[in-house]
Design a protein around this ligand. Structure first.
Ligand code: T46
Length: 135
């Protein structure tokens, strides 16, 4: 369900600064096969606008802020991402959109699989058609 997706990471900061460590099965429920990051996003841009068939991901806003919208069979929820201590876990049939990026936003994404265009559902009508089968 959309409500249970926020993960709070353990803080290892000290008087030198902050540190976050992410380990398989402790903090990340899948083996990370791919890492990418989104930054220098232009004003008014909307990213995502698709669902994945099998991919699992965790989105972490390392710097700045952005808004993540997730929609599944149960409805739609918005998350304001603005903390490197929190991640949003996305798995299952979820339509995601990301917008309202601050100028300095750096969004880190940890993925369970390498890039595969065949795993994308980029057509919203197709997503709704598939997701309605869960209701
Ligand atoms: C997601 C959101 C959060 C690659 O070649 N390899 C990659 O690993 C990725 C992610 C993208 N690309 C290529 C494919 C496109 O030609 O980079 C171009 C931009 O990708 P896309 O339009 O899919 O980017 P976003 O920001 O809309 O979506 C991405 C991920 O694709 C997606 O899985 O969940 O970030």
């Amino acid at each position: 369900m959309i409500e249970q997706r926020l993960i709070e990471f353990q803080k290892h900061g000290d008087d030198r600064g902050e540190l976050v460590a992410l380990e398989y099965m402790k903090d990340i429920p899948f083996k990370v096969e791919r890492v990418y990051y989104i930054f220098d996003t232009k004003l008014g841009s909307v990213r995502g606008c698709h669902a994945h068939k099998a991919l699992e991901q965790i989105l972490i806003c390392l710097k700045g802020s952005c808004t993540l919208s997730l929609e599944d069979f149960s409805g739609r929820k918005e998350y304001l991402l603005k903390s490197p201590f929190k991640g949003v876990f996305i798995s299952g049939l979820i339509w995601r959109e990301i917008y309202d990026f601050s100028d300095d936003c750096i969004l880190l994404v940890l993925s369970s699989e390498c890039f595969d265009e065949n795993d994308y559902i980029r057509d919203y009508a197709e997503f709704k058609n598939r997701v309605n089968k869960f209701v």
